[in-house]
Design a protein around this ligand. Sequence first.
Ligand SMILES: Cc1ncc(COP(=O)(O)O)c(C=O)c1O
Length: 379
Amino acid sequence: MKTIPFNKPSLIGNEIKYIRDAVRLGQLAGDGTYTDKCQRAICQLTGSAKSLITHSCTAALEMAAMLCDLKPDDEVLMPSFTFVSTANAVVLRGATPVFVDIHPETLNINPEGLGQYVTPRTKAIFVVHYAGFPADMDALADVARAHGLYLVEDAAQALGSTYKGRPAGSLGDMAAFSFHETKNIISGEGGALTINRDDLFGRAEIIREKGTNRSQFFRGQVDKYTWVDVGSSYLPGELIAAYLFAQLEVEGAIRARRLSVFDAYMEAFEPLAEGFGVTLPKIPPHCTGNGHMFYFLMKDIEARTHFIQAMKQGGITTPFHYVPLHSAPAGRKYGHTPGPMPVTDRISDTLVRLPMFFDLGSDVEAVISTASEILDTPQ
Ligand SMILES: Cc1ncc(COP(=O)(O)O)c(C=O)c1O
């Protein structure tokens, strides 16, 4: 039986050529030619003032938490419907993630009523752009501004998406991107932090370089380099950067290909969704997506379990996620959930994702026909 995975990483452009070139250049540690090329490309794609590549989005989120100067007992508002790294970054600083509910259509943090969860200890809002669709950043910026909070985008899934014509990554004080092999643009593991405030950039460089002013030293701005702040090792080597640059060069083509898969799913399921009892994604107003993910919502958890199992029998992997952080063991231990979470709980029980990757090709038809057959057959 032919199987169709959920994700498959692809060589798309000059990855191997650039890795050879990085070896030829003879500098394999970070901050070389390819790191610089990646950072310029990311600034161009996101419209951000500065970018620093990192080992992962997790690392970029940890840097963002340090740049927000989070201290023990500080609080950070965030959705519970997210990957663990959004919350871990906060917990590692001794601060508390405060989990709030998501909007039922965007699946992003709901700005309505968010202000009621702000306390004197609240320092930041960490926003997730779920499935690559940007959150309602104007409304969130209003809340952040009203209470003097940092606004951080967890843009792990959102490279290439826009909100009111502005790219994800340029919408908050900082944004964290992922280049993990499951994302649109990949380097195996990888990430970046974009920084949109001049006053944060110097410290960001230091945090990424183990708390030293090494970057200033190499620019000739200081005559020796030394330990000046808290920091860690978040800088990837040049081989990773070489692979990443080859992918960033063709971001537009990768996005277009993925969007064509997204559109094929939408076109196929739109006329059938009601009859199948499924709810399709709603593209939030004023946003463009990047084809990162295609999901739909099922009637209940039983219907979803049946669907996933039946798809598996047909050789097609269709995973669910997330276990909401507010109900996860570590979320209960380290986090705080001040209000009800009905939308998060319902979405996490009913959401299922279909295969989506650059080389999916005509297999999209097989996914559509197998899924349609299962959805059309009474349980
Ligand atoms: C919303 C979100 N945040 C953070 C991450 C972590 O990314 P990375 O694996 O690059 O650390 C992911 C990865 O799936 C994610 O989806």
